[in-house]
Design a protein around this ligand. Structure first.
Ligand SMILES: NC(=O)c1ccc[n+]([C@@H]2O[C@H](COP(=O)([O-])OP(=O)(O)OC[C@H]3O[C@@H](n4cnc5c(N)ncnc54)[C@H](OP(=O)(O)O)[C@@H]3O)[C@@H](O)[C@H]2O)c1
Length: 231
């Protein structure tokens, strides 16, 4: 059966690689983001399988816009939230913090809640969010980024508890990611940097298995173990 996938934030980086991967496997994929020209270039690689919907996640008015995407796709099996903002903020300029809170917290919550309700009605489905190892610790350089990723990690836990209580056969996967070679990875002293293609392969595998938490790449589980004890 053709897999129907929506990727929120597919114009570049990991989201783009995920879109290419699902399309190469024969899936139908809605690709979103603000940069329409990049989305159109990507769509030209898989014209029969990809649909473009350019929008800013912070300007979603209501659920109807997501409902429309699903109608265009003809159903929904997987929704991946890849949109994210990550910036250093040495002087605690609130306008910078707010961009991260808007995209990584508020818009994430709106789309996660919509997904939960959709999959509850359908009886199954997979929602996944690219969180971060950064969510397991604080950062003096980027306090809002790390805090926003902690929020996503904890919110997903809540959705999994809720799904369990409702006996809902839907998954809410925390893709807890280390460094990936995209414009987002700005930290000095990066290590174990994965290509977006490798990260996407491991993410798609974890989503397919409906895992609760997946360390991306897998070796980051070791760092996760120490962070749980010491951070
Ligand atoms: N790269 C890493 O090392 C790393 C590590 C851990 C976690 N992550 C997480 O991975 C996710 C993807 O990041 P990436 O590394 O692939 O970086 P990226 O290439 O910068 O991708 C970010 C994506 O988010 C979209 N986006 C940002 N703001 C948006 C908005 N307001 N509305 C709609 N889309 C928006 C961008 O699209 P437009 O600009 O076209 O809107 C783009 O497609 C992020 O959540 C990030 O926190 C990355």
């Amino acid at each position: 059966m053709t897999k129907k996938v929506i990727i929120i934030g597919a114009s570049s980086g990991i989201g783009k690689s995920l879109a290419q991967l699902y399309a190469a496997q024969g899936g139908r994929v809605v690709i979103t983001g603000r940069r329409q020209e990049l989305l159109q270039e990507l769509q030209e690689q898989f014209p029969k399988q990809m649909l473009v919907s350019a929008f800013d996640v912070n300007l979603l008015q209501n659920d109807r816009e997501l409902d429309l995407l699903v109608r265009q796709l003809g159903g929904l099996d997987v929704l991946i939230y890849s949109s994210g903002v990550g910036e250093f903020n040495k002087y605690l300029d609130f306008s910078i913090e707010k961009k991260m809170i808007d995209t990584n917290v508020s818009a994430f919550t709106q789309i996660a809640d919509w997904s939960f309700n959709y999959f509850q009605q359908q009886g199954n489905g997979s929602f996944a969010c690219i969180t971060s190892m950064a969510g397991m610790m604080g950062s003096r350089h980027a306090p809002a980024y790390n805090a926003s990723k902690s929020y996503q990690i904890n919110y997903l836990k809540g959705l999994r508890q809720k799904a369990k209580r409702l006996k809902l056969k839907a998954s809410f996967t925390d893709l807890r990611t280390g460094f990936v070679d995209t414009p987002m990875a700005k930290a000095a002293g990066k290590f174990w940097v994965a290509s977006p293609e490798k990260a996407a392969r491991q993410m798609a595998y974890a989503i397919g298995r409906q895992q609760s938490v997946a360390y991306i790449t897998k070796r980051w589980r070791l760092i996760g173990f120490f962070l749980k004890i010491f951070a």
